[in-house]
Design a protein around this ligand. Structure first.
Ligand SMILES: C[S@@+](CC[C@H](N)C(=O)[O-])C[C@H]1O[C@@H](n2cnc3c(N)ncnc32)[C@H](O)[C@@H]1O
Length: 404
């Protein structure tokens, strides 16, 4: 029953609020390619599939049936599966989950589906549906970048970004793109092998590498929001000692295993809340990085489940958290030291907006210019990497100097 696994994964995502990548990672190893493809297709086209559903069902069916229909429609429209197979599989799944009474409806609705009956709204609403971006983000990006909004929201990941530590040459026979960073390549396909466990390479977005490159070497660095640990590990190459903190215990474990795999030996890992002041750390660090929790909209093409969790309400909560982390952690920077603020967001509110408010309230800090070899926009306070010009990666970094 080929729709059963996608159904189980997507139930966790839609109903349980699970992250797609985490839900997929718990599948048994082996052939899961089709499940991955169907789950991505359903989520990337969620808004459009809702319109499709409305075109075949006068009254919204119950959740489980909606999900079966979405998977079936995604399979037909975006995964090249032929309608007779799709209908049979959808009906079989409906019976399997104990909803046999709805099997006739599922059968008839799928047979009645006609693409031409689906009408995409015009303007920004249609763009939001087609691009799988929340409407509020479309409005914000339009205001900031005008017509370029379309290039930004339709930009796709260029492949798997791999940062090599050693042995890169043996992988370069495969199709790949060079990046401005000599040891970072983007592969169309890259299946993890034993080199990963040996720490010969790691998977790290070119945008995340660009953020680390913009950070100056220093003695002591605090990475206040460090899990899963990609930046802490890369920064440990150029800082004498890194202190990597994280709020959630299960994510602290991710940092520890990342460090172990990559063989870094100058990182201290702590479970710690970056919003709670620790007097023992006042003025203690040469540099502090606040790579704060954010909307993640700079990596939306890799995480099509993001829009399910982000709306204007969650955004204002996130912005309050970002302000609180930056304000608290600024107290840990010694006089003359640096405070870095980073996100994987492309929204001004989470980036320059947070930095501007912070600087307004903290005259001891001032913004400093930084540069990057990765294509970026210079903003009033930092650098913005945008997905359409930076290999699909949307990241932000600002550097602030503590003057006294
Ligand atoms: C953007 S991610 C960091 C990515 C990481 N720097 C890397 O490159 O691998 C933000 C992290 O902050 C953590 N976090 C959220 N609230 C926090 C808090 N109050 N204190 C510390 N960490 C927090 C999240 O659990 C998440 O792991």
């Amino acid at each position: 029953m080929i729709f059963l696994e996608p159904y189980e994964v997507l139930t966790k995502v839609y109903k349980g609020g699970a992250h797609l990548k985490i839900a997929l990672s718990s599948l048994p190893a082996g052939e899961k390619g089709r499940t991955v493809k169907l789950c991505y297709a359903a989520l990337e086209h969620d808004g459009y599939l809702n319109l499709c559903l409305a075109s075949i069902a006068k009254k919204k069916p119950q959740e489980s049936i909606c999900l079966i229909l979405k998977i079936a429609l995604a399979a037909m429209l975006f995964a090249d599966m032929v309608p007779p197979v799709v209908v049979n599989e959808a009906v079989a799944l409906t019976k399997h989950i104990g909803k046999g009474g709805a099997a006739g409806f599922v059968n008839a609705a799928l047979r009645a589906f006609k693409k031409e009956n689906v009408i995409l709204p015009e303007g920004e609403e249609g763009l939001a549906i087609e691009s799988n971006f929340p409407r509020f983000a479309i409005d914000a990006l339009r205001k900031e970048y005008g017509d370029r909004v379309k290039e930004i929201v339709f930009a796709r990941s260029h492949g798997v970004s791999v940062r090599f530590v050693r042995g890169m040459e043996s992988y370069l026979g495969r199709e790949h793109l060079d990046t401005p960073f000599e040891n970072v390549k983007i592969f169309k396909n890259f299946v993890r092998d034993e080199g990963f466990d040996r720490g010969d390479y790691t998977f790290q977005s070119v945008g995340s590498v660009a953020v680390c490159e913009a950070i100056e070497p220093c003695g002591s660095l605090l990475d206040a929001c460090a899990a899963p640990g990609g930046k802490s590990v890369l920064l440990s190459d150029k800082c004498v000692r890194v202190t990597a903190c994280e709020l959630h215990p299960h994510r602290v474990a991710l940092i520890e295993s990342y460090i172990r795999r990559m063989g870094a030996n100058n990182i201290d890992v702590l479970e710690k809340d970056a919003t709670a002041f620790d007097p023992a750390w006042e003025g203690k660090f040469d540099a502090v990085l606040c790579d704060v929790p954010c909307s993640g909209l700079g990596t939306a093409s890799e995480n099509p489940d993001l829009p399910l969790r982000k709306n204007e309400g969650t955004m204002s909560e996130l912005e309050a958290l970002q302000r609180s982390i930056l304000t608290n952690c600024s107290r840990y920077v010694k006089a003359g030291g640096s405070l870095y603020y980073a996100t994987c967001s492309i929204l001004k509110e989470e980036n320059d907006g947070i930095v501007q408010a912070f600087l307004g309230a903290h005259p001891a800090f001032s913004a400093e210019g930084i540069s990057s070899p990765l294509t970026h926009e210079k903003t009033p306070f930092g650098l913005q990497f945008l997905p359409d010009r930076a290999f699909g990666a949307g990241f932000y970094i600002a550097k602030l100097r503590r003057n006294a």
